[in-house]
Design a protein around this ligand. Structure first.
Ligand code: WQD
Length: 345
């Protein structure tokens, strides 16, 4: 299957490219390089030993996206990663987020409709659950009004896709869209080769890049945001999933779409996590242990907007996607440090 991957040089996108090629699929990358580097393409070609079609195009540019479809001809599926993702920035500049994240999805769906491209896998987020009343959180748990414009764009995009699938169910002759919405938990790690990984621009917002940059001496001290939560050690709990496990879930999603959709349009949502929660403090200690180093850290105030704890129920993904995680937290933290060390050199 030829698959258009938007945001294919980003963190999750680039790792998914590797998994797609390993499974014999043919990815085509579209990325405007707003938050990634052209060198990622070279690294991908080094890992996979293949030439990957690449278009430096903004997903909001409908004519340019249309031209990619015309040139590539037989695109059967789209994985849509490309989006802005900084929660704090989205609060300061919400229009940038609504315009880019929602606008680009609508452009893609229009072009997919024009070219009768049937399969879509969409990057959604566990942020749609807010602080769940019950853990682990399942796909049928309530969706909570988003804390940030960023989170809201993910909820709106889910609705846009659902409505488009419903309309295609009512009008099969016109456009049959099948979609899988993957709600990611917290991706960490890097490809074990150390050729690709997370490349935050400026001061990292996320925990693991902050940890690796502190270990590398780029940052002085990691601040753990709050140790007075109602959790065993007082720090927040998340479900940290290795980015290669997450990447493989996209391949399974495309395979499910190709197999299942013969009987009409489908729209399914899956949690993609490990099913296990770890606290920030546990993560720091595991990082120190597997990499045999000491991390400079201190406890600070709670970060506004943080939820206390969340982790996934992955039963649905295990059963219906036939997907399971293969890598441990230790693997993720080892691979993240390996990647950071290669970046310094
Ligand atoms: C994890 C934990 C922090 C940095 C995730 C995604 C994010 C977004 C929303 C995804 C929290 C603590 C962090 C630091 C810390 N969108 N922390 N010190 O908040 O779970 O967000 O969902 O769709 O991109 O990653 O992830 O990595 O920011 O934080 O103590 O310097 O680490 O308070 O408990 P989060 P995170």
């Amino acid at each position: 299957m030829k698959v258009l991957v938007t945001g294919g040089t980003g963190f999750i996108g680039s790792h998914t490219i590797v998994s797609l090629i390993e499974t014999g699929m043919k990815p085509v990358i579209v990325d405007n390089l707003d938050n990634s580097l052209p060198s990622v393409l070279k690294s991908l070609e080094a890992i996979t030993q293949t030439t990957i079609p690449f278009y430096e195009v903004d997903c909001n540019d409908q004519e340019a996206i249309n031209q990619v479809f015309e040139k590539e001809k037989d695109i059967e599926g789209v994985i849509h990663f490309a989006a802005h993702k900084a929660v704090g920035e989205s609060v300061i500049n919400p229009l940038k987020y609504y315009q880019n994240n929602v606008g680009s999805l609508i452009v893609l769906l229009e072009v997919m409709k024009k070219h009768q491209t049937p399969h879509l896998v969409f990057s959604s987020s566990c942020t749609v659950y807010g602080q769940p009343g019950q853990l682990p959180v399942t796909e049928t748990s309530p969706i909570i009004p988003a804390e940030s414009p960023y989170g809201n764009t993910k909820q709106i995009c889910e609705e846009v896709i659902r409505d488009t699938v419903h309309s295609s169910q009512a009008d099969l002759a016109n456009f049959q869209l099948n979609a899988i919405l993957l709600r990611y938990f917290n991706p960490i790690g890097a490809h074990p080769s150390g050729h690709i990984g997370e490349l935050p621009l400026g001061v990292p917002n996320n925990l693991v890049p902050y940890i690796t940059q502190t270990a590398a001496g780029i940052r002085d001290t990691l601040t753990i945001f709050g140790n007075d939560y109602d959790t065993p050690d007082g720090t927040c709990i998340r479900d940290y999933i290795h980015v290669m496990d997450l990447a493989e879930a996209h391949v399974k999603a495309l395979q499910l779409l190709a197999n299942k959709s013969e009987n009409g349009s489908i729209c399914e949502v899956f949690n993609i996590g490990t099913g296990k929660g770890n606290s920030v403090q546990e993560l720091v200690h595991t990082f120190e242990k597997v990499n045999n180093l000491k991390l400079n850290y201190e406890f600070g105030k709670r970060r506004p907007g943080d939820i206390e704890q969340i982790y996934a129920s992955v039963d649905k993904a295990n059963q219906q996607l036939g997907w399971q995680t293969k890598r441990s937290l230790e693997d993720g933290l080892r691979d993240a440090w390996n990647w950071q060390q290669k970046l310094i050199k």
